[in-house]
Design a protein around this ligand. Structure first.
Ligand code: ZN
Length: 96
């Protein structure tokens, strides 16, 4: 028999789902100028909204593979760090 008292968290809201997906997806940690960052690649198929790249100030267009970057050191807490995540052109992050 399945356990009936297990509480499901995945119907709480879509933003939690997005965070969970980010946290569970493939990603790597990089250190820049003494700060640890979590870097997660976004495929062209996943890029469904335009963003402004902090590296060059230009748009990361829909359908452009890029990376999402947020602090990995937990200074603000995971949720706040994720909320402050930035979308970079892959090349701009690499040279930034
Ligand atoms: Zn850029």
């Amino acid at each position: 028999m399945p356990r009936s008292h297990r509480r499901r968290r995945d119907d709480a809201g879509s933003s939690d789902d997005a965070f969970a997906r980010l946290l569970s997806g493939w990603k790597r940690t990089e250190t820049r100028r003494g700060v640890e960052w979590t870097v997660q690649p976004v495929s062209a198929a996943q890029a469904q909204k335009p963003y402004t790249c902090p590296g060059c100030g230009r748009e990361v267009g829909v359908g452009t593979a890029h990376v999402v970057v947020w602090r990995a050191d937990g200074v603000l807490g995971d949720a706040a760090d994720l909320a402050a995540r930035r979308h970079w052109h892959t090349a701009c992050w690499r040279i930034g």
